[in-house]
Design a protein around this ligand. Sequence first.
Ligand code: ADP
Ligand code: MG
Length: 762
Amino acid sequence: MNAPRRSQPAQGRRPGTAASEPSAAQVSDAAVGPDAPGTAAKGPLTLRELDAIGVDRLNGVGRQRRKALADVGVESVFDLLTYYPRRYVDRTAQAPISEAAIGSEITVVADVLSVSSRRLRGGRRLVSVDVTDASGVLSAVFFNQAWRERQLTEGRSVALFGKVEDYRGRKQMTNPVVDVLGGGSATDSTGQADRTGKIVAIYPQSETAGIVTWDVANWVAEAQRRCSVRGIADPLPGRLRKRLGLTSRSRALADIHEPPSMAERWAARDRLVFDELMRVQLMLRSQRLAREAHELGIAHEPTGTLIEAFHRRLPYTLTGAQQRAMAQIDADVSMMRPMHRLLQGDVGSGKTLVALHALLIAVQNGHQGALMAPTEVLAEQHYFALRALLDGFEVPDEGRLGGRRPLRLCLLSGSSSATQRREVLVQVATGSADIVVGTHALLEESVKFASLSVVVVDEQHRFGVSQRARLRESGRDDRRIPHLLVMTATPIPRTAAMTVYGDLDVSVLDELPPGRTPIATQWVQGPLAAESMWIEVRREIEAGRQAYVVCPLVAESESLDARSAEQTHAELSAGALAGLRVGLLHGRLPMAEKEATMARFREGDLDVLVATTVIEVGIDVPNATVMVVLSADRFGIAQLHQLRGRVGRGSHASSCYLVSDEDPTAIAVERLSALAATNDGFELAERDLELRGEGTLFDERQSGRSDLKLASLVRDLHWVQAARDAAADLIAADGDLDAHPALADEVDWFAGRRDPDYLQRS
Ligand code: ADP
Ligand code: MG
């Protein structure tokens, strides 16, 4: 749950700019004993200890409440203290209803006086609610939210945020944002903490679990009170805290829930954000150093005749970014320590050449390279791309006359026949296969390499992390670990890459090869717009260009997608594209047919290629200048960006039409607008992250609890960097945190809360 993004300057405070050391303000209540297991005269409470105290130890949390809290992820006192407010209502500056100006946007904290509901002409339901804060009465009206009648029952205290309107002389809000504060009264504080004239935290609430914000506030306050006896430990070295201007942990945990001022609330957030990021960084970094300490790889000579021939034969000069990435790879693979590198680059930035360079170093040195793709189709495409680039290459072979033989590239895919497969396996095992391309079929036990030394994994995030680990381990008998290059065509925001891939080195291809033309992207909705789109498409084709039409994704099923593509192909050939040469491409076609169709399109013998997303990656026809994506609202940002990347590769201006279904969801509209607004993959990735929420980045690696409750990878770049630097400073060269036992213990606890084999993976 993120804090609201207002008042604070958009980027949050920068580390080290406001070094206000907090006074050690603690809510002391000696009457209530400390509550940790073991208790008594111990030092301040650590997060591990707070996490060992069940919430049922708090007053008023019985079996039912415990279950309700568990439903929102709160089981321990640690969970509760980090169940952060979603919003704050500043009641120090709050105007009573009687003084609320018409036209202003305000928050009103008030009690429900009455609620009624009626059906409007046209069938819409209108719920109206009168609330009062003793100074006056305000009405709130809700359209088509019948459930409000059950939510806003008489006597409930609520916070309403919205614009004050005048409706026949009465103050009114239409569809305001609602937070139910409690069942009791907001203005009468009997049995409740007095919350008038304060900044009040509004917690994420669960209507189904029956948890309202006042309840949470009361439990948090009780937990704070009971913790204050021992205090909450701060594992951060004082010097570091001072340098970054961070408040103490106990102060931050108090102020995030009950901020004396909004400034203190932001200071609290900074500290807690830093803690979250720091824990992740420390864990990733120590994990990485520990791994490096015991992993033995294979040192390569990064030059040689093969590499030189490859570079000589390239029809163009490498971009600066490609050269940098290759140099970084050269340095990595020269070491005995296995490479762990992420190659990140926007669509069309030329990752394939960089990958091939790495694979050829393996071959040059008498070893093998493997390229693993997430799907059959992608594996096939990589195979064809590499085959074209490697045509005519020879490798040294002492056993032969003349000492050379042709370089052998193999494809190992699930759709290979048993005979083909057996043949490839023998070649891989004897070393006569130099480079093997495949899917996770490469991971099977039966695949034995003669000497695998470089592994390239494409689109790593679609792979299970453990699969990646297996490929590295399965290759060799001598337990040496091949060098690993992870390619991602989906740009990951820099911040996220730093956090998620904290254990990988990163090379970024931030430069497109010259000669790319910008792509004008349009969102097309409705039959009229579609009609004029097809006219535009025909016009382009008449001018000698070619077009792709990507068909709706039906389901996670290749055969259904294939059928939909066939249908679309038939419809378009008879309708909007009648008279043109329209080809069809989908995953279910025999490989030879796919190859033939692609070849015809490449040669210009087809005007239009109707396809499923098989064309997402790897297809490269500079004369194709139009991309039409049907049912574009069903695709994600990254995928649409990939698809769009198939055009804009030649000297002619290109266009991309994102055709949406009748009624796209709000989030789909956001996605389509984002794509129409920019071609920059990194910007889109940031937007994607915003729309999907931060937590999803970690899905694959964690067991459900989010590492980042408060920190935002989009907004908190400077804190990610500060945490990364600080982690590097604190961890000794051999990877341990011995000099900082409290931090070491916290990282250990944190890692233990996650998926148990998390640390075994990489
Ligand atoms: P990516 O996999 O990063 O999306 P590719 O490796 O498929 O990109 O490269 C995209 C296209 O750009 C290919 O046609 C490739 O031949 C071409 N290309 C790659 N590097 C260069 C370069 N330095 N100059 C010109 N064209 C390049
Ligand atoms: Mg590629």
